[in-house]
Design a protein around this ligand. Structure first.
Ligand code: CA
Ligand code: CA
Ligand code: CA
Length: 220
């Protein structure tokens, strides 16, 4: 059985240990194949640069190669893969924003390296690393501050992804209220934008925001 990307991520999360134990036996054999396209030296380097073990990287790599045999993901593939995680809603907008956050070198594709660097921060990073990553995701035009418009676009995309039927009582203006609330707490000097310092400071002070960060943890 080849692992899907979801299973590989589950392994990286340590949520599915049984599957992981079964799989580790066969990883070596299959890895022989993978090494044709991905030399072990680069796995060693990746192991140094991320918080994953070599075995975890191997399992993630197999999941990644399984979903995209070419070894790189363009935005369309990414949206298709991501939609499997959220079949109940329309995840394409959120996937677009995530894709931009994962594609750190901005070449229009997410390589295995891009993918594991992001995943390492999201799953294993320190609070500061994760908040930095989230800030970068929300800062859609990457100019160093988050505007209300950017936050609203993100919120709407999350609500779309979760699907209308997940929260039947949800009002249409719920994302706007969410953003107003967010800005009330985060825009400390009231200049209409949230900077990275304001973002990290308010997230650390406010338990509710930290909880939604954990929610964000489940979104990927
Ligand atoms: Ca890239
Ligand atoms: Ca911005
Ligand atoms: Ca501000």
């Amino acid at each position: 059985m080849k692992p899907s990307l979801q299973q590989s991520i589950a392994v990286a999360r340590h949520k599915d240990k049984t599957w992981w134990h079964q799989k580790t036996h066969s990883v070596e054999d299959d890895f022989e194949l993978s090494t044709v396209c991905h030399r072990p030296e680069s796995m060693d380097k990746l192991q140094e640069q991320t918080k994953f073990t070599k075995k975890e990287l191997q399992v993630l790599y197999r999941g990644f190669k399984n979903e995209c045999p070419s070894g790189v993901v363009n935005e369309e593939n990414f949206k298709t893969i991501y939609s499997q995680f959220f079949p109940q809603g329309d995840s394409s907008m959120y996937a677009h924003f995530l894709f931009e956050a994962f594609d750190t070198n901005k070449n229009g594709s997410v390589s295995f390296e891009d993918f594991v660097f992001g995943l390492s921060i999201i799953l294993r990073g320190t609070i500061n690393d994760r908040l930095n990553w989230a800030f970068n995701l929300y800062d859609l035009n990457k100019d160093g501050c988050i505007t209300k418009e950017e936050m609203l676009d993100i919120m709407k995309s999350i609500y779309d992804m979760m699907g209308k039927y997940t929260y039947p009582t949800m009002q249409d203006d719920a994302p706007i209220e969410h953003v107003e609330n967010f800005f009330q707490k985060m825009d400390q000097n009231k200049d209409g934008v949230v900077t990275i310092d304001e973002f990290i400071d308010s997230c650390k002070k406010d338990e509710n925001i930290m909880q939604s960060m954990q929610l964000f943890d489940n979104v990927i």
